[in-house]
Design a binder for this molecule. Structure first.
Ligand code: SAH
Length: 221
């Protein structure tokens, strides 16, 4: 137990359960993972507040509710191999680690990846592997995945990510530009079909790399 235990229970009750997230496993993971460990100590006062926080390099750790929402959309049971694109602080990966069998998380910035890896190791998340690479086209060598989570905004859904989904696997991804994105879920159906659900308007930092936004195309709000 840590000094933020009570704040974390309150965060889950008021920000996450109150907004309709019901999956008991997701709620439990959100109660367990010490979010403050993934932000600088000068931000510890805000670690359980209802908003995003800076992780360095102009990147952000998503609002707790958005982390819970995206996680719950994967419908994880515990046996899955999951890919996360955009490790950032490692917080989302730590949540996934409690809910899936194996987590591969990809980050473009080596400095962010290193710090995330260190915290994840300290917290004993031994089923997470942090990889430094352009993850916008997924990790074809490790496919198929039963779940793929992209935590940066894509101009459109990258086809390689759809191809790397297992049958009935789900891809959760924000698609749109700097003015805002739609959170989408793509579920792989038999005979190479996909079912698309539009979930909610969201605001993420841009996905970079081959299937992401070019620097010149992303106009800051
Ligand atoms: N999931 C993170 C927050 C992600 S912010 C957390 O829990 O803290 C988005 C991250 O995506 C940033 O760290 C950014 O550097 C990374 N990113 C952007 N484009 C990427 C790409 N093509 N491949 C891998 N990581 C990328």
């Amino acid at each position: 137990m840590d000094i933020f235990f009570d704040l974390r229970q309150k965060m889950v009750a008021e920000q996450i359960e109150a907004r309709g997230i019901r999956d008991p496993r997701v709620l439990e993971a959100m109660r367990q993972v010490p979010r403050h460990r993934f932000v600088n100590s000068e931000n510890w006062d805000h670690a359980y507040a209802d908003g995003p926080l800076p992780t360095g390099f102009g990147q952000t750790i998503s609002q707790p509710y958005i982390v819970a929402l995206m996680t719950s959309l994967l419908h994880l049971q515990g046996s899955e191999k999951v890919l996360e694109i955009g490790t950032g602080s490692g917080y989302q990966a730590a949540i996934l680690a409690l809910l899936a069998r194996e987590v591969f998380t990809v980050e473009l910035y080596p400095e962010l990846a290193e710090r995330a890896e260190e915290v994840l190791r300290e917290l004993g998340a031994s089923n997470v592997r942090v990889i430094v690479a352009d993850g916008s086209g997924g990790l074809p060598d490790l496919a198929p995945f039963q779940g793929i989570l992209t935590t940066a905004a894509a101009p459109q859904v990258p086809l390689p990510l759809l191809e790397q989904l297992d049958l009935h696997g789900r891809l959760v991804i924000p698609v749109g530009d700097s003015q805002g994105q739609d959170l989408q879920v793509w579920e792989r159906e038999p005979e190479s079909g996909y079912e698309l659900h539009q979930i909610a308007p969201v605001a993420f930092v841009p996905l970079r790399g081959t299937y992401g936004w070019k620097e010149s195309e992303w106009k800051p709000r």
